[in-house]
Design a protein around this ligand. Structure first.
Ligand code: NAP
Length: 354
């Protein structure tokens, strides 16, 4: 019988962050429980490497069917698992898509948090709770760089829902003396990032173009600026937040900001292209200076109805109180994502790019 140091429950375990957090906690000696949604197609690809036969006993990873839109499933799972720590990473996490499905996004990303908090509260167990807040809550920023005291000014249904979750978590912390930590995480990426998010779209798209598998890459606003970190570094910060004596709220960021345009130019340079731009707005294109080949075009469907122009985080508090600091900066992150694109296709980046 394995002796686990603690039990953690991860909502959103099949997502980018949930999968890295599960790896991290298992490595630490936790038994990890995860909530997965019923789906007509396979949705456990990111946790395949730690998946175990359901018939095995005393597993390090245990999966339960549930959903943030279904309070009864959350109550049952909390009661049956009795976790020491709960990480709420479950969300409809795509900002642009939240304009297409606003009610659903708010139901899952805002009310879902409340349902989960109630399940934890009603269990009466001394559970430590992590809430996945987002830099999108700062929206049209009222101060730069953004820190824990910067007022929120959300610009999407997704961000509005996350602001609700942030404040209901604070409210439950104060009202019921629960241990609840709000992370305010700036964008974080990895080879496991969903394919519709811009870093993955750019790294995958440009590698595909180089390999002759794609003609052109369509993007939205090239001038949005983001503070991009590495998801693997960021899940450690979530864990640190739950190991403190007192619960608190923390900004997690790299302290660097880069535009989508820079992301394209740097990724392209790793692949031997030199991007030049011509035209404006929807007519703008990016082409390779050497060959003249058009690589990037704009599609208005990727624009958000309300844009967030600039995000730049100040993670001083996390450094001072948690001892957390980002290990991976923008260029290292993009390089590792490009290298992984090659690996996934059975190719070696260094060999190919020589
Ligand atoms: N990545 C970032 O840059 C970033 C920054 C700030 C905050 N966040 C927040 O951090 C969390 C993790 O982000 P991520 O990048 O890992 O997102 P992700 O890859 O989109 O993963 C989201 C996870 O939530 C699950 N989920 C969706 N709807 C659900 C529902 N109704 N009930 C239960 N689970 C549900 C998804 O399950 P399926 O696999 O079945 O879809 C998936 O496991 C999210 O809350 C996100 O909003 C992310």
């Amino acid at each position: 019988m394995t002796r686990y140091i603690k039990k953690a429950l991860i909502i959103g375990i099949t997502g980018q962050d949930g999968s890295y957090l599960a790896d991290f906690l298992i490595e630490k000696g936790y038994q990890v429980h995860g909530i997965i949604r019923r789906s007509s197609s396979f949705n456990t690809g990111r946790i395949e490497h730690i998946y175990q036969d359901p018939h095995e006993e005393d597993k390090k990873l245990v999966l339960h069917y549930g959903d943030l839109s279904d309070g009864s499933s959350l109550h049952n799972i909390i009661k049956n698992v009795s976790p020491d720590e709960v990480y709420n990473l479950g969300a409809q996490s795509h900002v642009r898509v939240s304009f297409d499905i606003p009610e659903y996004t708010v139901d899952v990303d805002a009310l879902g948090t409340l349902r989960l908090l109630n399940a934890v509260k009603d269990s009466g167990l001394p559970i430590r709770f992590y809430q996945a807040g987002s830099s999108e809550m700062f929206g049209k920023v009222l101060e730069t760089p953004q820190k824990e005291t910067t007022p929120f000014n959300p610009q999407s249904p997704y961000a509005c829902a996350k602001v609700f979750s942030h404040f209901i978590c604070k409210n439950y912390r104060d009202s019921y003396k629960m241990f609840i930590a709000n992370g305010i995480l700036f964008n974080h990426e990895s080879p496991r990032r969903g394919k519709t998010f811009v870093t993955k779209k750019v790294t995958e798209g440009l590698v595909n173009i180089l390999l002759g598998k794609q003609e052109i890459l369509y993007l939205g606003n090239l001038d949005s600026k983001r503070d991009w970190g590495y998801a693997k570094d960021y899940v450690e910060a979530m864990w640190f937040m739950l190991q403190q004596d007192m619960p608190d709220d923390y900004v997690i960021a790299t302290g660097e900001t880069h535009s989508v345009r820079e992301l394209v130019e740097y990724t392209a340079s790793l692949l031997g292209y030199e991007i030049e731009w011509k035209g404006n707005g929807l007519e703008e294109i990016g082409f390779d200076k050497k060959s003249g080949r058009e690589l990037i075009a704009i599609d208005s469907k990727y624009y958000r109805p309300a844009e967030v122009d600039l995000l730049l985080g100040d993670a001083t508090k996390a450094k001072e109180k948690l001892g957390w600091e980002t290990k991976t900066k923008f260029k290292d992150l993009i390089l590792l994502m490009v290298q992984e694109e090659f690996k996934e296709k059975g190719l070696d980046f260094n060999e190919y790019i020589k």
